[in-house]
Design a protein around this ligand. Structure first.
Ligand SMILES: [Zn+2]
Length: 169
């Protein structure tokens, strides 16, 4: 079992925070990424998606997970369980310092998450003037708008992500 933290950062202009619409533990926020099989190393050609509120029962167990998937190459089954309460919004200060913020933790068994994709329109961006833009789509890799309250442009650019191993056993 390995726990990964999904870490994100960006270059921003006049942005205070970036986070999922319902906060970092938004039960409906969709995470998209690829998976590598720990047994044979095969990487899934397509992105998989997981959502905190969507759970499936674990085979041969009473537990449940957010994803149970069988490797198409070797047949080994793995699963992923999301762990809420570790994430926090990405702030303008993080971005200025070139630092990453943790968004969500994933307990992964038999599967390694790779290449997180910002592909959804469920983001909330708050500007330094306190204006909140809802359902922002960051899937194109950048976003630009104009904050009427603050009379200033607001933008998100150069989105980056990585998965950090925080616990392994
Ligand atoms: Zn495999």
């Amino acid at each position: 079992m390995v726990i990964y933290n999904l870490m994100i950062t960006a270059e921003v202009e006049n942005v205070s925070t970036i986070q999922p619409m319902g906060g970092c533990d938004d039960p409906n926020f969709t995470y998209y990424f690829k998976l590598r099989c720990e047994n044979c190393g095969e990487v899934t050609p397509k992105e998989t998606c997981v959502v905190l509120q969507d759970v499936v029962p674990l085979p041969k167990s009473r537990g449940q997970a957010n994803l149970v998937q069988k490797c198409k190459f070797c047949g080994r089954e793995g699963n992923i369980t999301m762990i809420p309460k570790f994430g926090r919004p990405l702030t303008g200060a993080d971005c200025e310092a070139g630092q990453y913020a943790p968004l969500m933790s994933f307990d992964c068994r038999g599967l390694e998450p790779l290449e997180y994709s910002f592909g959804c329109d469920q983001w909330k961006v708050e500007t330094t003037a306190g204006t909140v833009f809802e359902n922002v789509n960051l899937s194109g890799g950048d976003w630009v708008d104009y904050d009427e309250n603050g009379s200033m442009p607001v933008s998100v650019d150069n989105l980056k992500s990585r998965f950090d191993v925080v616990k392994s056993r």
